[in-house]
Write a protein that binds this ligand. Structure first.
Ligand code: G6P
Length: 369
């Protein structure tokens, strides 16, 4: 066990630290910056189906569903393909409208989640083309889908998913960029810019990991909180959901993720001096609007932990704490903003003495309904 943890105290921490390599392994051989191409055989072979699709339906559960939500922004923004993201468990029982022109993307780390598998079977029976994004090679979902692309995250042991999430976003971003290029919805210079930024992500994840000690200190301040709110907008709204899920899963602190602007329709009523609010406020992503959301929290005495771009000034003035991540394209920012949220939940859970790798009541893969 100790050897497998590679010197880390927990699998979760090891897996958080493996992300620069896992992301690199996932895009290696698929992204070629010199030639300015993205090549994924399963996408090339089915390009006609992707290009003819009226929409893409993404089905998944848990953290994989959050990766699907990030993908919705990327596909719509870059490739201009309408996307619907569905909880597999709801989709399968809703008598959904699926046609032969639909492309369904199923996302699953384990490739064994019962609800996702059932959703795939249903979509196939209605004639849809089903593409899988799995981590476990040869898993049930990898076999049941028509084709797919693996994330190359390596084995994920910690129940709380970390590197599976960022590598899922990596694969989905590559697909979206490839389709955008094929459709001509991205200019060649923007495409090149994306590839360049993509290649810098692993180094930037490493940089984000350097805040570990600072995050541990913040964790110590808030570990006894009863509730925590996570806010983000646009590409970083799903990251807020994922941050809240991570905290719930392993520390058992009640946490909610919300789109920052939606705060005024409910969560703002909860804000007082005992409520920590984690706000993803990176530059480019509706920054000014998020800053004004932060002002609203501050005027109600909420405690603000801002996830900001390096060198940020405005949020730093308002927030109780800031955690910096390197600058990147908005579409790639979830790969960086996720990192401090993983570390924050990890440290809080460790400080509370919880079983980080095997939290109560949860399973790594849910093979029953
Ligand atoms: C369980 C795990 C989560 C995971 C979810 C979906 O709830 O604890 O970490 O996100 O299942 O699993 P999958 O293997 O389909 O991605």
């Amino acid at each position: 066990d100790q050897i497998e943890k590679g010197g880390f105290e927990h699998f979760m921490l090891k897996e958080i630290y493996e992300q620069p390599k896992a992301i690199t392994d996932t895009y290696r051989g698929r992204l070629n910056r010199e030639e300015a191409i993205i090549k994924m055989s399963s996408v090339e072979d089915n390009m006609k189906k992707f290009l003819a699709a009226d929409r893409i339906i993404i089905v998944a559960c848990g953290t994989s569903w959050h990766a699907g939500l990030v993908a919705e922004y990327i596909f719509e923004d870059l490739a201009r393909i309408p996307v619907e993201v569905e909880y597999a468990s709801e989709f399968r029982y809703r008598n959904p409208i699926i046609t032969e022109k639909d492309v369904v993307i199923a996302i699953s780390q384990s490739g064994e989640t019962a609800d996702t598998l059932a959703a795939i079977k249903l979509a196939k029976s209605k004639g849809a083309f089903v593409f899988g994004v799995c981590n476990v090679v040869g898993s049930s979902i990898a076999r049941e889908t028509h084709t797919g692309a693996y994330t190359h995250a390596g084995p994920e042991i910690g129940v709380a998913s970390t590197k599976a999430f960022t590598t899922q976003i990596t694969v989905l971003s590559l697909i979206a960029l490839r389709l955008a290029r094929a459709k001509g919805t991205i200019s060649s210079s923007d495409f090149r810019h994306h590839l360049l930024e993509f290649e810098m992500i692993p180094k930037k994840v490493e940089k984000a990991l350097e805040s570990d000690a600072h995050i541990k200190m913040i964790a110590d301040i808030y570990k006894d909180s009863k509730n925590c709110l996570y806010l983000g907008r646009g590409y970083n709204f799903p990251v807020a959901l994922e941050g809240a899920l991570k905290l719930k899963e392993i520390s058992y602190i009640h946490a909610e993720g919300y789109p920052a602007a939606e705060m005024k329709h409910g969560p703002i009523a909860l804000i007082d001096e005992n409520m920590p609010v984690v706000v993803i406020a990176t530059k480019k992503g509706h920054y000014e609007k998020v800053v004004s959301n932060i002002q609203e929290i501050k005027s109600r005495k909420g405690k603000i932990i801002g996830i900001v771009t390096e060198g940020d000034v405005d949020v730093r003035e308002l927030a109780d704490h800031v955690i910096e991540v390197p600058e990147t394209l908005e579409s790639l920012s979830p790969l960086l903003t996720t990192i401090p949220l993983q570390l924050l939940s990890y440290h809080i859970a460790v400080l509370l003495g919880k079983n980080v790798d095997q939290p109560r009541n949860l399973a790594k893969s849910v093979t029953v309904e």
